[in-house]
Design a protein. Sequence first.
Length: 368
Amino acid sequence: MARSRQEVLRILEEWGKRVLDQIEQGQEPVLEIPSRTLSNTIWDPVRRLLVLGPDKMKRRFLDLKESRKFMQTMLMLKLIVEAIRENVYPTIRDLYYNGKHTIMYVDPKGRTFKENTWDDQQESNAVIEDIEVATGLLREEMGLSADVKGKVVGPIIVKSRGFEIDATRLGDAALSLPPNPDELEIVKVEAEYVLVVEKDAIFQRLNREGYWKQENCILVTAKGMPDRATRRFVRRLSEEYKLPVYVLTDADPYGWYIYSVYRSGSIKLSYESDRLATPDAKFIGVTASDIIDYKISDEYVIAATDRDIKRAQELIRYPWFQSDAWRKEIQLFLKMKKKVEIEALSTHGLKFLHDYLKDKIHNKKWIE
């Protein structure tokens, strides 16, 4: 259940008050924040998730190496608390601009220096993530938003701010997900499964061709690498409605990694895997072996680049790609050095994509 704005505000204020208490007691103010590093990201084979490990870092105000980060964290905390108190919902870009300013100071030798609170948005975004992981709050709960890419169509009715939206009655359009899908009340679901499509163009095509009507399924896309809102919505459909989730991407290492982000979580956001990842999601294609099994014409096959090869070599080392099926697919890719897009299935005719999807799903030709 989503926490109220008042509860979120209380948690943030209490976290900030700990710093004030340290100062009033004559102690050096120190922030303790779980470490969001690759070395502290752990693969949990039982839960089939990437999770954050136990390591924590201490951000000290009196440490010259940490003081800037300390002040950035307190500044961002102030901006977020003020936004909640004023009942506004800023974007993470708003916070970057609102908090960006230059501090002038003079050193003991009389020299004047300038210091930016943060130099770019990547820096301010990292501070928001630190606050998330330190407080156990998500940015969506704090009322912060970023660009949301997710679109949904199919037999599902949701309620947003008192208005019911039927995702079967949007014509060629689709339901756009809000920054915090937990605020959507799912009124009714009558689907058999969820099909997550990597590419927006394929999503649009399947929508216009009525694939979701034929299969009584929900179509979802995030137009490439999924954002948090789309991942959360897919997780809700799997967790709350026990719907099978299938993922369709291009047959290349980048598409396969997109699948793993939906299924197992991402290294960067491992602290949110419990909320965002869908461990039961299955990959239906396109696989490297599909090039052979479905006799995809050489005219549609693309030579893998050095970058593709390097990425595949990285994937095969990840613990969450260690199943026999995935090792076989990646090794075959490295051997053939070939990749294909979803559209390559059109080598068998423009209607073949539907047959391919139905064959893969109903005959259980998926991999995990």
